[in-house]
Design a protein around this ligand. Structure first.
Ligand code: NAD
Length: 339
């Protein structure tokens, strides 16, 4: 191993702790090439990549172990269902990845496909069916839905005890009031990632960009909580924020969830900031065979030179969202919350 690779190893062990390092080594790179590991961080060790593959693998192993314990005790594996309306390319991919990951950890899964012209009533009837099906522990309705369907009416029809995406008013309200309930899967996954990489957050200034009900809003609440991770001073920015850079330049932690490809540039953050990129947008590219590539809300090449930690896209928050969903499904199967 050369000096740079050695330095990289020592640095990442320091960040992860030896236990997590060993787990990561065993589960992610069973047939490792040492250089592959060294790619996790840059050669001068100033920036750490918050690799969603590493963090999600750690949590998937833990979930899988719990599933095995449930089965060994005579129980049934957790069962997640997904309703997919239509055949939007991105939604198809997200649902396929969720189902694939269910199988990896030993969950049962069911995909319910509905025609894009389905009526709101038929969708509500399906939801009622899943609400009372004892065989299904939790389910999601993949968003976005066709324009003729009222998304909030759909999310609020989901039995809160099975709402593993954490979108319904009951769960959002419970989280707001610090009561037990399902935390929206993406913010939950991000909190798990911050925890996994031992990133100190207490007393930091966290700027969340985006105020949606499923990402930016709950993220700002979780980061402001008196918890670890959390305990931040939070600024929530959005499309009406004037002079966004004024706020992002003050941020110790930036969480970008706006859906604007490669929007956040190096000159918008302070040196050493922690950058979490939630955005997923498909843009045209001359570098790929398909002519497209997936990018986040952060200009990775630019920002990664200036920050201390950064999530890649793809391979960052998206993988943690699935882990958040699986964790919620496990909680649903164990009837962890009383409604
Ligand atoms: P949304 O469209 O509901 O919300 C976007 C938010 O960004 C809005 O609150 C808006 O006010 C804000 N915004 C837009 N332009 C802005 C600007 N110029 N300056 C400041 N704020 C601005 O989107 P969403 O559902 O929250 O998703 C955001 C992004 O995250 C999308 O790219 C989406 O695909 C992605 N996403 C990723 C995951 C994942 O697992 N990685 C999960 C959910 C969403």
């Amino acid at each position: 191993m050369d000096d740079i690779a050695k330095k990289n190893f020592l640095c990442i062990i320091k960040v992860l702790g030896t236990g997590k390092f060993a787990l990561m080594w065993k589960h992610i790179y069973p047939h490792h090439k040492k250089n592959k590991f060294a790619q996790c961080i840059n050669p001068i060790c100033t920036m750490i990549l918050l690799d969603g593959k590493i963090a999600s693998a750690h949590f998937k192993v833990k979930i899988q172990e719990e599933v095995q314990q449930i089965i060994a005790a005579g129980g049934k594996p957790p069962h997640l269902a997904a309703i997919l309306v239509g055949s939007d390319g991105a939604s198809e991919t997200y649902v396929a990845n969720k189902i694939k990951t269910c199988h990896e950890v030993g969950f049962q899964s069911t995909l319910v496909r509905l025609d894009p012209t389905v009526s709101q009533q038929t969708l509500l009837d399906k939801i009622q069916e899943l609400n009372t099906d004892d065989n299904i522990d939790g389910y999601i309705v993949q968003m976005p839905l066709p324009k003729h369907i009222d998304e909030s009416e759909i999310t609020n029809a989901i039995n809160p005890a099975k709402d593993v995406d954490g979108f319904c008013a009951t769960n959002v309200g419970r989280i707001m009031l610090e009561q037990p309930g399902f935390v929206s899967a993406t913010p939950k996954g991000i909190m798990m990632m911050i925890d996994y990489f031992n990133i100190p957050t207490a007393g930091k200034h966290c700027v969340v960009i985006g105020r949606s009900n499923i990402v930016g809003g709950p993220m700002s609440i979780l980061m402001s909580r008196k918890t670890n991770p959390g305990n931040c001073t939070v600024t929530l920015c959005h499309s009406a924020t004037q002079n966004l850079t004024h706020f992002t330049l003050q941020a110790d932690i930036v969480i970008a969830a706006m859906g604007k490809p490669q929007f956040l540039k190096a000159d918008m953050i302070k040196t050493g900031a922690i950058v979490i990129d939630v955005g997923i947008t498909r843009i045209t590219s001359t570098q790929t065979k398909s002519g497209f590539k997936i990018v986040g809300d952060v200009d990775f090449d630019d920002v990664s030179k200036k920050c201390s930690y950064i999530t890649p896209v793809p391979g960052g928050v998206g993988l943690m969202t699935i882990v958040g969903l699986l964790q919620n499904t496990l909680l649903a199967a164990k009837k962890s919350f009383v409604y």
